[in-house]
Design a protein around this ligand. Structure first.
Ligand SMILES: [Zn+2]
Length: 422
């Protein structure tokens, strides 16, 4: 599959690094890569390049959603959060996962990191990479969780079929990680506290002992896999940070001591504001259990203050929505608005959190997340200026073009936009 070359010119360029936007810029795409970037009229352009004049449009890196769960119902309407996965053939769930990767792409997301993955998510990752299906690129975290842990309790206790594999004791954890490495995951994810949507636990429940946590991080790192930790509580966050995880998910109880640890260790923070906001606003109407709503409300206390403090102190933050069975795929740019509203990021900083920072956080720094020569051509053409109004990124009809790996996979009138189309 040979992609044509593209010259995108006349655009206002947001390059993803946080630098000021520049008007009158051109980007040349050749094959999978960005070949050149410069002021209009200065690039050496192959004669057969497809040209689009993007006057009045913004060109920015494709968004990265650093925290999603692809194995979720993707059809119209909603299904029971806890029952859909256990009542549905895995083959069928995998088709929905593929549809969710496509939904993300349609919403301007060119890369997602799946946080509870296994073979179905790996299958979607490969199918996207092979060009068999159009979707966001997928990085997969193999999920390691204890019996009665946050992941395990997504499955009602009276149903034997577990949604995710469990591993107890350092040796079982190591074995599961080795299996994941064999299967081809990119990351390992564990939980060091209970969660909101799990049934019958409390956020305060310890998930894994320190010995198990150390074994998980050691084994994953030994096999070249970074480690993400779900943690809401102070004890859970401390356990994850002390064991040396690479990214902290949620981080709902941050204080000065924990923030100092994150800074010292260079731990990335993914605050997942969208899922919390969604649950607090819509959880009751969505039919979530009262206990989950209560847990979400309790965690909210001090949550935003801690996250704000962390960002102000310089903890590196990246965007992730936790799109899943509860909060459907397609609203990924909402996280940028929430980072702006709740944590005080400027629109430019929020864009960085969802582009170059997210790329670095998930291990794709220098490959995607910025618009520069030699990067993968993951680009978003936006009708309007998201630096003036981040909400534009949530209006899919204004995302008039999405390129992933140099291929124009979403075209909502890009061809009509350009006067110089050949
Ligand atoms: Zn999650």
């Amino acid at each position: 599959m040979v992609s044509p070359s593209y010259l995108l010119s006349g655009a206002t360029l947001i390059d993803g690094t946080g630098a000021a936007s520049r008007a009158g810029m051109s980007v040349l795409i050749e094959g999978r890569m960005i070949a050149a970037v410069g002021p209009d009229g200065t690039l050496d352009v192959p004669a057969d390049a497809i040209r689009h004049d993007l006057a009045g449009r913004t060109l920015m890196p494709g968004l990265i959603d650093g925290h999603v769960h692809l194995l979720a119902y993707a059809g119209e309407g909603q299904k029971d959060v806890h029952l859909w996965n256990v009542l549905t053939f895995l083959e069928e769930q995998t088709l929905h996962a593929a549809a969710n990767a496509r939904r993300a792409l349609l919403a301007g997301v060119t890369t997602v990191r799946d946080m509870a993955g296994g073979r179905p998510e790996i299958a979607v990752k490969h199918a996207v990479d092979d060009g068999v299906i159009d979707g966001a690129r997928v990085l997969v975290c193999g999920f390691v969780g204890m019996t009665a842990g946050h992941g395990d309790l997504f499955c009602p206790a009276n149903i034997e079929r577990r949604l995710w594999q469990t591993a107890d004791g350092p040796d079982e954890c190591r074995k599961l990680i080795r299996q994941y490495a064999r299967d081809g995951v990119d990351w390992i994810k564990l939980c060091t506290s209970g969660g909101v949507l799990s049934i019958g636990d409390e956020a305060e429940w310890r998930n894994y002992t320190m010995a198990e946590t150390l074994a998980i991080v050691d084994e994953a790192h030994a096999l070249g896999k970074r480690v993400a930790a779900h943690a809401h509580t102070r004890a859970g966050i401390l356990q994850a940070l002390a064991a040396g995880v690479d990214s902290l998910e949620h981080g709902s109880s941050l204080d000065d001591e924990l923030i100092a640890m994150m800074l010292e260790r260079g731990t990335w923070l993914c605050p997942t504001l969208a899922i919390t906001e969604y649950i607090l606003a819509n959880g009751a109407a969505r039919g979530l259990p009262a206990a989950s709503l209560e847990k979400a409300r309790a965690l909210r206390h001090g949550q935003l203050a801690g996250l704000r403090k962390a960002y102000a102190a310089g903890v590196p933050i990246f965007a992730g929505t936790d799109s899943c069975n509860t909060f459907a795929f397609g609203s990924h740019a909402w996280e940028l608005q929430l980072l702006h509203q709740h944590l005080g990021l400027t629109p430019s900083e929020a864009i960085v959190a969802a582009t170059s920072a997210a790329a670095t956080a998930i291990g794709l720094g220098g490959k995607t997340g910025t618009i520069a020569p030699g990067r993968w051509a993951d680009l978003l053409v936006v009708d309007g200026d998201p630096l003036v109004d981040l909400n534009i990124l949530r209006e899919t009809e204004r995302l008039i073009g999405v390129f992933r790996d140099g291929r124009l996979l979403v075209d909502r009138g890009l061809a009509q936009a350009g006067v110089g189309v050949v």
